[in-house]
Design a protein. Sequence first.
Length: 87
Amino acid sequence: MDKKNALRAGALASGTTLMMLLMSSPALALTRDDGDDPGKGLSVIETLGLYVLIPLALFAVIAGLVFVLDSSHDRHDDTTSNVDVKA
């Protein structure tokens, strides 16, 4: 029974993928719309800087600010791990 369900799921997934590929027509993306004025493309360095380095830098700055400005330095363990139990 599991083989039949796996075959059915595979057929459904492949059929859905095939229909999505057939319905999306990338050839229509080559026609320009009225008022379309694309600029020059980005180089590899510009693309990596824009989509990789800038987000990493922002993450580092935010994480650094949270680490530095964290005011709860006096954390102590209120759980049962600091309770002495005599058996």
